[in-house]
Design a protein around this ligand. Structure first.
Ligand code: MN
Length: 208
């Protein structure tokens, strides 16, 4: 009998051109259908015939240091991009409301200060990686960045937590439109954030 993996390559939640003018159509198309798809394919190949096939991805990340590096890179790439696509939308941006808004103000003193710290995490990540807003195990919001395709759910991460907002700062995420100007891409990202999705993740994370 053929084994069907429970991991799925989810459809992009919008059209390739939906994030224009902030992220161009060609970048989204290549990023999703080539880069993200390749991480997914390589991840499913890397776990084939192992105990990981029947594990939840978060449990794989919890002991990622014990598994082959191909699982770390491609499993991270698969999972992180799903978060990234879903925490953006056409006509996003603005500010969160409700409990998430209160928590951001309590932790970072203001939304603008949060935005600055998160942007700085992305701008100062040397080479390729990600910026994150997370909820840590004490129930406090925190900002961090990870190299390559690592994420804060992995046992190898310096700072751990449940990811609420993900920003890809690999050059493939912005180079066609922004070339070397990563800060311009990060500034544009704020016009796309899907705060309803971030708030939903916050609610889920609070429940543990
Ligand atoms: Mn990417």
């Amino acid at each position: 009998m053929e084994t069907v993996t429970k991991f799925e390559f989810k459809a992009l939640p919008y059209a390739y051109d939906a994030l224009e003018p902030y992220i161009d159509k060609l970048t989204v198309e290549i990023h999703y259908s080539k880069h993200h798809k390749a991480y997914f394919d390589n991840f499913t190949n890397a776990i084939k015939g192992t105990e990981m096939e029947s594990m939840a991805i978060k449990d794989i990340f919890k002991k990622i240091s014990k598994y082959p590096v191909a699982v770390r890179n491609n499993g991270g790439g698969y999972f992180n991009h799903t978060l990234y696509w879903e925490n953006m939308k056409a006509h996003g941006g603005g500010q969160p409301t409700g409990k998430l808004s209160e928590a951001i103000k309590k932790t970072f003193s203001s939304f603008d200060e949060f935005k600055k710290q998160f942007s700085d995490a992305g701008k100062t990540r040397f080479g390729s990686g990600w910026a994150w807003l997370c909820l840590d195990d004490k129930g406090v919001l925190c900002i961090c960045s990870t190299p390559n395709q690592d994420n804060p759910l992995m046992d190898v991460a310096d700072k751990k937590g449940a990811p609420l907002l993900a920003l890809d700062v690999w050059e493939h995420a912005y180079y066609l439109k922004y070339q070397n100007k990563r800060p311009d891409y990060i500034e544009a990202f704020w016009n796309l954030v899907n705060w309803d999705e971030v708030a939903r993740r916050y609610e889920v994370a609070l429940k543990g």
